[in-house]
Ligand binder design. Sequence first.
Ligand SMILES: [Zn+2]
Length: 85
Amino acid sequence: MPIYEYKCRKCDKVYEEFQSIHDKPLKYCEVCKGRLQKVFSSVGISFKGSGFYSNDSQKSKSPAAQTPAKKEVKPEPKPDLPAKS
Ligand SMILES: [Zn+2]
């Protein structure tokens, strides 16, 4: 389902609508009755400016994957072997 994004030209209110292609597009702002400007966006769209996009994908990395492995508390090895001298 595509997401249609509308932005009011008067008050800059942004609407995000889940609509099928056959639905009527929004035309007027519910707040100020101003004209809405249609901005199409959908998941996976690549924005202009690759820097922004790559930053975003880095952020989405799961922080859990970066946590170090859980350290097991091991008892110190007992010096039961005679030390070589
Ligand atoms: Zn408005």
